[in-house]
Design a binder for this molecule. Structure first.
Ligand SMILES: [Zn+2]
Length: 233
C-alpha cells in the first residue's frame, strides 16, 4: 500500500502517456487511409443565377445541382480531397460586360478549373437531365476526348452508377463548349431526369443526394488508383 501511494503519481502519468501514444498512432493511421489526400477536385454545379437550367414548375435544375454539389463537396473532403466549388450560391459567372452571358459564364468556369494556382486534378460538372419521354431515368456521364483520362473516368463512374444507382444509361460523348475546351481531366455528370416523376422526387432527397455523392466519390477513388497504375505499369 505504501509502495502504491509513493508511486501513484508516476503510475497514472505513465498510463496517461501510453493512452496518448495509442491515440496518436490511431490518428496517424486514419490519416494514411484518406484515399483522396492531396487530390484537388473542382466541383462545378451547373447553371445558377440568371440561368435556371431545366425547369419543372417551380423546381429549378440549378438549385438541385447546387444541393448535390454541396453534399459531394463534403463527401470528397471527408476522403481527403481539396475541393473548390465553382459556385456556392445561386449565382452565375457571367459579367455585365459579356455580350453573350451564357458563353461568358462557361468561359469563366473553364478559367476556374484551369487556373494554374489550383493545380486541379479533376473536375466534375453536376447537372440534371430532361427528356420529353417522362419514363426516361437514370444517371449518366458525358465526356470529351480532349483528355484521354476523361473516358477512363467516365467508364468508372458509369460502372458505379450501374451498381449503386441501378441506372440503365450508358456513357456518352459530348462536344459542348466547356468540355471540349477544358484540358484538365473531368466529365459532365447528369445525375438523373427532372422530367421523370420518381427521379424528380429522389434527386431532392438528402439521402439520395448522399448516395449519389458516395457513388461518385468511390468512382473518383478508383479512377486515381487506375491512372496511377497505368502510369507506373
Ligand atoms: Zn444542366
Amino acid at each position: 500500500m505504501v509502495f502504491f501511494k509513493k508511486y501513484i503519481f508516476w503510475i497514472i502519468f505513465i498510463i496517461g502517456v501510453i493512452i496518448l501514444c495509442i491515440i496518436c498512432v490511431k490518428a496517424t493511421e486514419q490519416e494514411n487511409y484518406l484515399p483522396l489526400l492531396g487530390k484537388v477536385i473542382v466541383v462545378d454545379p451547373g447553371h445558377g443565377g440568371r440561368d435556371p437550367g431545366t425547369i419543372y414548375g417551380t423546381i429549378y435544375e440549378k438549385d438541385i445541382n447546387l444541393e448535390i454539389s454541396i453534399v459531394l463537396e463534403r463527401v470528397l473532403s471527408e476522403n481527403g480531397a481539396i475541393v473548390y466549388m465553382v459556385r456556392e450560391d445561386d449565382s452565375d459567372l457571367s459579367s455585365i460586360y459579356d455580350a453573350r452571358k451564357k458563353r461568358g459564364d462557361l468561359y469563366r468556369r473553364i478559367l476556374f478549373i484551369e487556373d494554374e494556382k489550383k493545380k486541379t486534378d479533376l473536375y466534375l460538372s453536376i447537372h440534371i437531365n430532361w427528356y420529353k419521354n417522362t419514363s426516361w431515368s437514370g444517371a449518366e456521364v458525358l465526356y470529351n476526348e480532349i483528355n484521354p483520362n476523361n473516358k477512363i473516368l467516365g467508364e468508372i463512374l458509369m460502372k458505379h452508377f450501374k451498381n449503386d444507382l441501378n441506372t440503365k444509361r450508358t456513357l456518352k460523348k459530348t462536344d459542348l463548349y466547356l468540355y471540349r475546351n477544358t484540358r484538365k481531366a473531368g466529365v459532365l455528370i447528369e445525375c438523373g431526369f427532372l422530367s421523370n416523376p420518381n427521379e424528380r422526387y429522389l434527386l431532392r432527397q438528402e439521402d439520395y443526394q448522399e448516395k449519389l455523392s458516395i457513388a461518385i466519390t468511390n468512382a473518383v477513388i478508383e479512377y486515381f488508383q487506375t491512372i496511377s497504375n497505368v502510369a507506373s505499369g
